[in-house]
Design a protein around this ligand. Structure first.
Ligand SMILES: Cc1ncc(COP(=O)(O)O)c(C=O)c1O
Length: 401
């Protein structure tokens, strides 16, 4: 029988590979520990939509299971899904692809790890916007590449600029990552800047990984320029996309990448080694998402837009600055005027206001001034969170004065 006492781990069980970087002291761990002891916390931390997967998509998954979709699929993904993905990419203003240029993965997350493992050799430099979705850093580290961050600024609306990228280019530059719209800032890179970034990529023979997972969620008439659709870009671009955000399908774990066959063939080998294939049931659900009615996407977009407007108005009242996001479902707000670093602010807000949001340092931000607010709670909860935040900000300012 197993003892109820926690056994002392053996020496072998405490020795990890050098690539494992466990940050026990991370502010995220601290916040989760604090939150575990509290009740009534409003969580605006994670990027997981509160909305349910639309009913017709769930039903397609259910029907597929009833018909025996419990086996491996083709490693690249079900042919009918890959065909639907090609059609959807084209419909959304992307490049023309053939089904063997699509690889369906276990979430877009797997796509980014496959891409780095397939393309990055030790010492290759991978350019990542700062702040930027933190898993890119982890994927580059795993591939033993060198992370090169490029700062983005509130004054530029947090758009990555070609001028800033040009400053970090070296003969070892290999990949430029674009996350558009951005997580964590919610900003869409203006199409004119995408043109300049692409010209730079062509001039310096860079591969571009274009993560367009939030591209269907834009506001204020912002338009996401699909990178691979631009002249000279299809042959050097890996487009990463998925279903988690626009169709509220995070738990299904299905996403994909699209790239020329010269990329997908070796990348598919790594995908096969990691996952064999994406979950069969989720591929059926994804097929229903792409081929079914699209008004569910518009309805989600409308709800996020309402929340975005409410939160921006609340930040205005609090006197906290931000660059008005025009994509995704995040607001990236500057809390430095409270006198605290963003990490300390998040902890104070959690302890005193019972609202959870994450500091930008978790997204590799070059400064500790910003917090990422995920708008993934019903409007009334977002309103309540904003009111609690306002109280904490006022108290901090009063204490400073
Ligand atoms: C920019 C970006 N890419 C990819 C992902 C991962 O998405 P998926 O759930 O499809 O793995 C996320 C999740 O937050 C993200 O923000």
């Amino acid at each position: 029988m197993m003892s109820a006492m926690t056994p002392t781990p053996s020496r072998a069980a405490t020795r990890f590979a050098d690539r494992v970087k466990i940050k026990q002291s991370s502010v995220r761990t601290r916040m989760l520990d604090i939150a575990a002891k509290l009740t009534d916390v409003i969580a605006l931390g994670r990027g997981d939509p509160d909305l349910d997967t639309p009913a017709h998509i769930v039903e397609a998954g259910r029907a597929a299971l009833a018909k025996g979709a419990t086996h491996y699929t083709h490693p690249l993904g079900m042919p009918e899904l890959r065909k639907a993905i090609c059609e959807a990419i084209k419909r959304d203003g992307g490049a023309e692809y053939f089904p063997d240029e699509i690889v369906v993965t276990a979430g877009a997350q797997e796509s980014m790890f496959v891409a780095m493992l397939a393309l990055v050799s030790p010492g290759d430099e991978v350019i990542i916007p700062s702040p930027g979705y933190n898993s890119y850093h982890q994927a580059v580290e795993l591939a033993e590449g060198k992370i090169v961050t490029v700062p983005t600024y509130e004054k530029d609306g947090f758009a990555l600029t070609a001028d800033e990228v040009a400053k970090v280019l070296t003969p070892n530059s290999r990949i430029l990552c674009l996350i558009n719209p951005s997580n964590p800032t919610g900003m869409v890179i203006p199409p004119s800047e995408i043109d300049k970034l692409c010209a730079l990529a062509i001039e310096h023979d860079l591969i571009v990984i274009s993560d367009e997972i939030y591209a269907k969620l834009t506001y204020d008439n912002a338009r996401v320029q699909r990178v691979a659709a631009l002249p000279g870009m299809r042959e050097r671009t890996i487009t990463i996309d998925g279903f988690s955000k626009a169709y509220s399908m995070t738990g299904w774990r299905v996403g994909y990448f699209a790239a020329p066959k010269s990329f997908t063939t070796p990348m598919a080998e790594i995908h096969h080694g990691l996952a064999i294939c994406a979950p069969a049931v989720s591929q059926h659900a994804a097929l229903a998402a792409l081929t079914g009615p699209q008004d569910c996407v518009e309805e989600s977009r409308r709800l996020y837009d309402e929340r975005r407007k409410l939160m921006c108005a609340a930040l205005d009242r609090m006197g906290l600055s931000y660059a008005r996001p025009n994509g995704a479902f995040y607001v990236y707000a500057n809390v430095s005027s409270t006198g605290l670093s963003a990490s300390d602010f998040c902890i104070r807000l959690l302890e005193e206001g019972k609202v959870m949001m994450f500091p930008g340092s978790l997204f590799g931000d070059h400064c500790d001034d910003y917090v990422r607010i995920s708008l993934l709670q019903p409007l009334a909860k977002v309103e309540e969170a904003a009111a609690r935040m306002e109280k904490v900000v006022k108290a901090l300012r009063a204490a400073r004065a």
